[in-house]
Design a protein around this ligand. Structure first.
Ligand code: KIV
Length: 263
């Protein structure tokens, strides 16, 4: 496969090619996912739960993201990697730049930052420094206590309007991609249509440009607190490789997510 770049992503958006994204945290899985056809991976701060066994993403440190980004990069040298800026690692511009530098130097192509209006100046500054930034709105796990738990966002009209406004402002500030987490399908569709950048959904219905899932959910490794929106693709056939292929095909042909996985 050719190297996947931001131009590849733009092309996919333009051509309406739906694409599957998965979290990856280590060399072996990154290699396996890439070899099965996934060329965008997220080194997410979900590693706080899936790898470190915490009950939230809050304890994750920049050094953890750096460590896992380096491992994933070795497994998938040609993939497009986005890595999270973890909790409170971007509370001002100089911190954001300092920590972004470490993560990009570890091998990430793009940085993902949770938040809306409050991070616009950081997005602008990073973009001015030619850093690719991915937004993340809706359910933002780093603010789980502030949001009152892991719940669907944007259900009422005002909240929905605010999410649309934030998505547009983030695009204007310079983000080149965005993740919409746990928002109603209709709202995700509207945002996807309004933005010219690729929109990746998780728990946000089938109408986004791409889908992202946590690898432990896709492979049936998660045994407790399984999110309603996720799907264990490993049940289908008896191999991890087949599960990944099925995931890619179902996203591509709009078979996943269905109503059952949407809010
Ligand atoms: O950290 C993560 O894995 C994420 C995805 C669930 C979008 O942010």
């Amino acid at each position: 496969m050719e190297e996947t770049t931001i131009s590849t992503l733009k092309q996919w958006k333009k051509n309406k090619n739906k694409f599957a994204v998965i979290t990856a945290y280590d060399f072996s899985f990154a290699k396996l996912f890439y070899n099965q056809g996934i060329s965008i991976m997220l080194i997410g701060d979900s590693l706080g739960m899936t790898i470190q066994g915490n009950n939230s993403t809050i304890p994750v440190q920049v050094k953890d993201i750096v460590y896992h980004t380096k491992a994933v990069r070795k497994g998938a040298p040609k993939a497009f990697l986005l890595s999270d800026l973890p909790f409170l690692s971007y509370y001002n511009i100089s911190k954001a730049i300092e920590n972004t530098k470490k993560i990009i130097q570890a091998g990430a192509n793009m940085i993902k930052i949770e938040g809306g209006k409050k991070i616009l100046n950081i997005v602008q500054e990073l973009s001015n420094q030619s850093i690719l930034v991915c937004g993340h709105i809706g359910l933002t796990p780093q603010s789980v206590d502030f949001l009152g738990g892991y719940k669907i966002q944007g259900k009422n009209k005002d909240d929905a309007m605010q999410l649309i406004e934030e998505a547009l402002l983030l695009e204007k500030a310079g983000i080149k991609m965005i993740v919409l987490e746990c928002i109603p399908s209709k709202l995700a569709k509207k945002i996807t249509e309004k933005l010219s950048i690729p929109v990746i959904g998780i728990g946000s219905g089938k109408n986004t440009d791409g889908q992202i899932l946590v690898m432990q959910d896709v492979l049936g490794i998660t045994e407790e607190n399984i999110p309603r929106f996720s799907k264990n693709f490993f049940n289908k056939d008896n191999s991890i490789q087949k599960a990944i292929q099925q995931y890619i095909i179902e996203v591509k042909y709009g078979l996943y997510p269905t109503q059952k996985h949407s809010f």
